[in-house]
Design a protein around this ligand. Structure first.
Ligand SMILES: [Zn+2]
Length: 106
């Protein structure tokens, strides 16, 4: 028996997918889940949030589960103001010179 999963593409409307046509993604930090698929009609990728019971049902049906985590940099302490556009311009000018590495270390 083949499992048919019905999903909705924002351009094509309702589409039918097999278990290998989509992936379930769960963030290990907050357990928020979503599923992603490529529309069989227009080939556009679609990602939609999903509640835990939908995730469980999809995984039980054989859809591949991918766990992902937030980048570690998010949890690093940050000091000072955020980098501004002016900071980027200043940095760009700085690295135009020959002694930029010494200037950055200083
Ligand atoms: Zn589509």
């Amino acid at each position: 028996m083949t499992t048919v999963i019905k999903a909705s593409c924002c351009d094509c409307g309702d589409v039918e997918l097999g278990v290998d046509d989509l992936k379930v993604r769960v963030c290990t930090y907050d357990d928020q889940g979503s599923f992603v698929f490529r529309c069989p009609t227009c080939r556009m990728s679609t990602a939609k949030p999903a509640e835990a019971r939908v995730i469980e049902m999809l995984v039980a049906s054989g859809v591949r589960l991918v766990k992902w985590r937030l980048p570690a940099e998010i949890f690093e302490p940050h000091h000072g103001a955020p980098i501004s556009h002016d900071d980027l311009i200043e940095f760009h000018k700085l690295i135009q010179g020959d002694d930029w590495y010494e200037a950055v270390l200083g």
